[in-house]
Design a protein around this ligand. Structure first.
Ligand code: GCW
Length: 712
């Protein structure tokens, strides 16, 4: 008897807790176990009617059929059965679909949007174009996979942003700058002949959450990609992406006319240079008729650009825009610029450089701006350019790969950070002028709108290395679709799709995701500290860094720790960066009780009493300590989930959480140690002293940390 029970138990385990390697991401269309629900869904969905007239519509139909058949455990056919209950889908121009729509509804469905509704008889899926059908199909599958009632299917969704792109900082040699999930998934060497099945799965995963573009090359660009044989490789990738509604984009190295064309200069005013770009763009469009356009990093961190020829960003961007215009291509011109010569506060430079150029860019140019004015730090105030360029579309650049937030091994739910940024009020047109409203065009009437995310995807079997990195990819895409979504709702959705519906799992995981961002800020850069990581690899703490020839690459430049105190004075008495924000926002950022940004904007005395009633020094130590303790608590919380999660994913996350705990402690100890060497103050009572000496932390080096900036 005992044996029989054991056998059943083992069978149960293999069936329900079978090995999961994370490859399927959130697209898990296993048969629904809840019998009653399965019966009711099955009764309602007996066929799919969805004309697949274009490749994208064909994909929508095929994905719907695969997904529904998986979820319902039966093959769902394409012909109406006896009951006539099923999915009725098509374009709004299709009379079968139009019959169920009011005129008002037809008008409200925009480009790439869809209506999804259950009317008791059928599930209606209506869209204006084929991409809308695809997104609606995936929405339906997401709904059913979460086992939500059909009666709740009542959505009319339009994307808030037109351009929703991933930026891969991937090099042609397959290394990935700041990538922590293995190598680049693009196998340039074997393209165009060898098409890795991953390319399709990549496209599919992105389409499932509304991504419609991919910049496949690094912004620190290599002009070799413009050589004919490489363009053929790009065309092969584009062909895989196309049926998923994803356009391909390339990064354009500004010196390409010299590097690839053999011209003596890349001056945007030179007719020869202009002709080179014109010809190149023509060649690209002959190979890839729906090519998206260029992303450009120019005059930034040593990259070539128009300023080398005494020209401006406008001259550079407009030249490329003119070449792309006849084909409908766009330019995403990055505003990540700061000089190694200028004594001006780095946080101010992009604003100073770009605001005077507002209104001078061509219509097919967007300015791509990082969320904060320095560089994807764990917490930054918003970039002052949001709200400051009413006549030029400004798009967001978020970093999904966690260069500064624990890289490949920390669980940090980035959606919390992004939500904070998106909800920040710029006051550009009075109260309520949030960053989201700048981005979606509603504030200034931008015709082009967009959001880019620096991808965290690599050759790791589970795509992102850390399973929870998938949540960041997912969240980015959902926010690019709708920046008004709440982070908690996204965490919940991702968790349910990825780990199933058991509330004992869903509750703790969503809590972990939701709390982890603050935790990470606490153990890395509490109270508005920033840019105090190790040099080069950016792996681990390095607040002592002060010897790099480029001043603004040193930690000391940012924290300005001295005997009196800590922090960067950016108020009137300091760099005046605060004045780049509208008065109401500046007031909030500058308020000393707003501890999130305290040391970003102020140099505060170690002994000054903060709004918490503690001195800055005591508060700093306690924040570091609390952060480290919270990282340990994340690990403990995860152990409670062991009975409910498949072994493979459980173990992977456990091991990563152990690293996170160790590294959080490292950050705590190294930073407390260093700042104590400057403040010369005793640790608050009861606080454990750092494990090792400051010298020990300073001596640690990691020459092979992944994703390190290549030297060229
Ligand atoms: O964050 C910094 C990174 C660089 C990166 C640069 C950028 C691609 O450390 O690796 O280069 O930003 O955004 O251009």
């Amino acid at each position: 008897m005992k044996r029989l029970v054991l056998l059943w138990f083992l069978l149960f385990c293999t069936f329900f807790l079978h090995a999961e390697d994370g490859y399927r991401l959130w697209l898990r269309w296993d048969r629904i176990e809840n019998k009653t629900l399965l019966r009711s869904y099955s009764g309602q969905i007996t066929f799919i009617r969805l004309p697949g007239e274009t490749p994208v519509a064909g994909t929508a139909r095929q994905e719907l059929q695969t997904g529904l058949s998986g979820l319902l455990g039966k093959v769902v056919g394409l012909e109406p059965g006896k009951t006539r209950k099923g999915v009725v889908g098509g374009l709004i121009s299709d009379p079968v679909v139009a019959a169920y729509l009011s005129a008002e509804e037809r008008d409200r469905i925009g480009e790439e949007g869809y209506l999804l509704r259950f009317d008791g008889m059928r599930i209606l899926l209506a869209a204006k174009d084929d991409r809308g059908l695809l997104y609606g199909a995936f929405h339906l599958l997401r709904h059913l996979q979460q086992q939500l009632p059909l009666e709740q299917l009542d959505f009319l969704e339009n994307p808030k942003m037109k351009i929703r792109v991933l930026n891969h900082w991937d090099n042609l040699d397959r290394t990935s700058e700041r990538g922590y999930a293995g190598f680049s998934i693009w196998n340039w060497h074997e393209l165009p002949e060898y098409i890795d099945p991953r390319y399709r799965d990549y496209a599919r995963a992105n389409a499932s959450v509304g991504i419609n573009g991919s910049v496949v090359t690094n912004v620190n660009a290599n002009a070799l990609v413009f050589r004919r044989d490489y363009l053929e490789k790009v065309a092969a990738l584009a062909a895989v992406f196309r049926p998923y509604g994803i356009k391909i984009y390339l990064t354009a190295r500004f010196s390409a006319p010299m590097d690839q064309g053999g011209l003596p200069s890349a001056d945007p005013q030179s007719p020869k240079v202009q002709k080179w770009w014109g010809d190149k763009v023509k060649e690209i469009y002959e190979l890839i008729p729906d090519f998206g356009g260029f992303l450009v990093k120019a005059n930034s961190e040593g990259q070539p650009g128009p300023q080398q020829y005494g020209r401006t960003h406008v001259d550079g961007a407009n030249m490329l825009a003119d070449a792309l215009k006849p084909y409908g291509g766009i330019v995403m011109w990055r505003a990540f610029v700061y000089s190694d010569k200028e004594p001006e506060d780095r946080a101010k430079q992009a604003y100073n450089e770009f605001v005077p150029l507002d209104g001078q860019f061509r219509e097919n140019v967007l300015i791509q701006v990082k969320n904060g004015p320095v560089d994807f730090q764990p917490r930054e105030p918003i970039h002052p350019l949001f709200g400051a360029m009413p006549k030029t579309p400004v798009m967001m650049e978020f970093q999904i790969t966690k260069e500064y937030l624990g890289q490949g091994t920390h669980l940090v739910g980035l959606a919390s950070m992004w939500e904070e940024v998106l909800n920040t009020d710029t006051y550009a047109r009075g109260k309520g002028s949030t960053v989201s409203k700048v981005l979606d065009g509603s504030l200034f009437g931008y015709q082009l709108t967009g959001m880019a995310g620096v991808a965290n995807i690599g050759t790791a079997r589970n795509w992102t290395g850390h399973i929870f990195g998938q949540a960041d990819w997912y969240a980015f895409a959902r926010l690019a679709w709708n920046p008004y979504l709440e982070s908690k709702a996204i965490f919940l959705e991702w968790t349910r799709l990825t780990f199933g519906l058991n509330p004992q799992v869903v509750g703790p995981i969503t809590e972990m995701l939701a709390s982890s961002y603050e935790t990470c800020v606490r153990y890395m850069t509490p109270l508005g500290l920033h840019h105090i990581m190790a040099e080069g690899s950016h792996y681990g703490p390095g607040p002592w860094i002060d010897q790099i020839p480029r001043a603004e690459w040193n930690s000391a430049y940012y924290h300005k720790a001295d005997e009196q105190g800590l922090g960067f004075d950016r108020t009137e008495t300091g760099s005046k960066a605060l004045a780049q924000y509208r008065p109401q926002l500046a007031e909030w950022y500058g308020d000393k009780t707003n501890l999130r940004f305290l040391l970003w904007f102020h140099h505060v005395e170690w002994k000054e009493e903060l709004s918490t009633g503690r001195t800055l020094w005591a508060e700093l130590c306690l924040q570091y300590d609390q952060g480290a303790r919270e990282a340990s608590a994340l690990k403990v919380k995860w152990t409670t989930l062991q009975p409910f999660i498949d072994t493979e994913r459980y173990e992977q996350v456990s091991m990563h959480l152990a690293i996170q705990e160790k590294e959080a402690r490292w950050w705590r100890d190294a930073c407390i140690s260093y700042f104590q060497s400057v403040s010369k103050m005793d640790l608050p009572e009861g606080l454990a002293p750092p494990k090792y000496s400051l010298l020990y932390y300073k001596m640690l080096i990691f020459p092979y940390a992944p994703g390190t900036r290549p030297k060229w």
